[in-house]
Design a protein around this ligand. Sequence first.
Ligand code: NAI
Length: 478
Amino acid sequence: MSFDFKVADLSLAEFGRKEIRLAEHEMPGLMATRAEFGASKPLAGAKIMGSLHMTVQTAVLIETLVDLGAEVRWVSCNIFSTQDHAAAAIVVGRDGTPEDPKGVPVFAWKGETLEEYWWCTEQALTWPGGDGPNMILDDGGDATMLVHKGAEFEAAGVVPDPATADSEEFKVFLTLLQKSLAADPKKWTTIAARIKGVTEETTTGVHRLYEMHREGKLLFPAINVNDSVTKSKFDNKYGIRHSLPDGIMRATDVLIGGKVAVVCGYGDVGKGSAEALRGQGARVIVTEIDPINALQAAMDGYQVATLDDVVETADIVITTTGNFNIIRADHMERMKHQAIVGNVGHFDNEIDMAGLEKIPGITKTEIKPQVHEWTFPDGHTILVLSEGRLLNLGNATGHPSFVMSNSFTNQVIAQIELFAKTDEYPTDVYTLPKILDEKVARLHLDALGVKLTELTKEQAAYIGVDVAGPYKPDHYRY
Ligand code: NAI
């Protein structure tokens, strides 16, 4: 079998396969899904284009989708997040060799340029024979945006001039669309018309979907996986509680205990970040714009301040907001010598990297890949991790398997829902029913030795629920 793919090095496949084997044991939700649906193959006929960090955990997700009958093509949704051994193992497949790969086409490697990133995304959306994809599994919404913008510009008959783009990334994006539409003027409307739906992994991608739907621009239905409780209240919080300190430590090996750490944003990711840094002994300060989250942070025992007021005292500043321009160039200019600056929100514009580069006389020294020391004209320096992009995936290996099993079991269920019951989902943005959310949690209890208390019939009637669930109304917040 031969197929197109582009990864760093297929000889890494054996190492990747070993880590996938260990991860499978830590991903009981995905393995239970394989056991439940492996024979009935509810995804037979699904041609899934995935754009989600190509890690070991994602490898287990991809092979689960394949076991359920899907054909898959994959890219990473971040230029630094690919684990090259995982990508190699997925291309080689369970029965292949580096010389004779038999797995899944992956277009991803650690350290892509922006041009390569968008090239990879287009490759994964360009199905051989032209009969797919019919599903997207997205993280952050870049694949969904490429299809939507491509179709929009195609209908308008013109792609905006890349020279007018407000960022380097958008310039690269527009250049790619110009080229692809010159080669095939019907490419993106044809792709959009085939797609039955998208399942979206993260807060930022979900914001984009609701916005497109509000503007009447959404072209196919979407399931918001992020807002399954077993996703955002687990991956975003407990996942980051593990992978944020992991990233800071692998990047700098600095002792976190005793340092002053500022966490911008106290949503799910901010809560996990603050807890992790406090757990290491840092004195944590939180910034927030929402009075409810600010009050939560205060009651959880954190000082709540503005970055402007505390930036000079901080040893570590982490942004987690999903918003932009949180850590500005003038903030970085005022930081302590060797302060550490990092982002765990989805896009790199949380930190004003463009503004930092423009400071007259500033220089940049690579300490090692994804760790850069920026020297200001007065001689003091700061360390910026992963060039302002997701540091937990750029400097470490992202969230661990067990928590990703929760997220990805939701993804698989959502793919089955949209693919198998397309008629029940007119174009809109949906969340999964609570009973499925509870099912995902249930699948992870045994591995942790959790014994649930069962409601008696009388107790269930007294609180107005079914003995088998769902146990909470949709408005319950956990
Ligand atoms: P969220 O909406 O729960 O939290 C974001 C918080 O930031 C909100 O409380 C909001 O009020 C606050 N905020 C907004 N603007 C602010 C500003 N200017 N200053 C201070 N606070 C501000 O979102 P969630 O789920 O915590 O996600 C945050 C980001 O992290 C998103 O971009 C999401 O896609 C990303 N994410 C990253 C992961 C990773 O592995 N690094 C994992 C999961 C999500």
